[in-house]
Write a protein of this length. Structure first.
Lengths: 88, 257
């Protein structure tokens, strides 16, 4: 599973913006935290969502960023096993 | 040795070879992906391989220690793969397993004492108690693993995760159910073997246990090796997307209102 594609699509559904823009936003969140968006682990993605996603969403004018981030983190925790099952 | 015993030993060897293949493959992927949780799965399959030999040698303490490693590594793999930073039954399962294994240790010691003084009846009784506790711990650990896999399978289907990955959850869940089936077989096998000693029944239950191990190992071979190759192809076939700049993203968000 491509983490950026999956969570970009999830974010797109939550905020009603295009998937391509949302994927770009997720990619930048990962880069903020890790310096790279290549093959992030569950821990890396959790860190990126916790520390960077809210600021990134607010910077592009999304209201309710805090609650969207909370939903995204819940979603991430629910499918965390895909990081193992989709990579081994 | 009769043909049935030869068949059981042959099948047990096949199971051990499959475990070795799975262990090597997962070890390779752990090094490539930095997925630390895989260390528990490697420990689980390595210990399964070792126990295949210690069981044959009737090395009581070795068997006990490796059973502990198998059960704890399965519980820790389930926790780190499915329930990291998430509410789960980990603490009660972990503590109850430790408590059961501690009680079991006393039975192992009593078994050794009974063996050293030549008290066969006491030895058999402690052997059965030992098997009951190990079986209960095995069932708890493997049913938790199975339930985590089935629950992830449901989520994967709801979220349109690729069907090969979803299938892997399903196969792992089903295999774990077969593994828990061993928990039912061991105490029955131990009771018949210790007190009744009907060769026919003992052989039937031995064959049944070997068959369950074989199904479990084949299921894991399919999930980790066969589907692993398909998942690798899938990853490689994903189209790479053009990376947008920060300005382009901001512009798109603005334009979309």
């Amino acid at each position: 599973m491509d983490v950026i594609q999956h969570f970009g699509d999830v974010l797109s559904q939550k905020i009603g913006k295009s998937p391509i823009a949302c994927r770009g936003l997720i990619r930048f969140c990962l880069k903020d935290e890790l310096g790279s968006a290549e093959n992030p682990s569950f821990d890396d993605t959790l860190k990126a969502f916790t520390n960077s996603l809210k600021n990134r969403l607010e910077n592009v004018g999304i209201n309710n960023a805090g609650s969207i981030v909370k939903d995204m983190i819940n979603e991430l925790k629910h499918i965390q096993s895909v990081f193992t099952m989709g990579n081994v | 040795m009769n043909p049935n015993q030869i068949l059981n030993i042959g099948l047990s060897m096949v199971v051990l070879i499959i475990y070795v293949v799975i262990t090597i493959r997962i070890f390779k992927r752990m090094k490539e992906t930095r997925l630390k949780n895989l260390r528990w799965l490697i420990t689980f399959f390595s210990a399964q391989t070792i126990i295949g030999f210690t069981q044959m040698l009737y090395f009581i303490i070795g068997f006990y220690v490796i059973q502990i490693i198998i059960l704890l590594s399965l519980i820790l793999f389930t926790k780190e793969t499915f329930y990291k930073e998430r509410q789960s039954a980990f603490i009660p399962i972990f503590i109850s397993t430790i408590v059961m294994l501690s009680f079991d240790f006393t039975f192992v010691i009593f078994r050794l004492i009974a063996q050293s003084i030549g008290d066969t009846n006491a030895y058999n009784m402690y052997y059965i108690l030992d098997m009951y506790l190990l079986s209960l711990s095995t069932m708890i650990a493997s049913l938790w693993y199975a339930s985590a896999s089935f629950s992830a399978y449901t989520i994967a289907n709801e979220q349109s995760i690729d069907e090969i990955i979803a299938l892997r959850y399903k196969i792992i869940g089903i295999s774990a159910l077969f593994f828990s089936g061993l928990g039912f077989i061991y105490p029955i096998h131990a009771t018949i073997n210790s007190f009744y000693r009907h060769p026919m029944e003992v052989q039937i239950f031995t064959t049944f246990a070997v068959a369950l191990s074989l199904i479990f190992s084949l299921g894991n071979y399919y999930a980790w090796i066969v589907l692993g190759k398909k998942i690798k192809k899938l990853r490689e076939s994903l189209p790479s997307e053009e990376e947008l700049s920060e300005e382009e993203i901001k512009k798109m968000f603005k334009e979309e209102g």
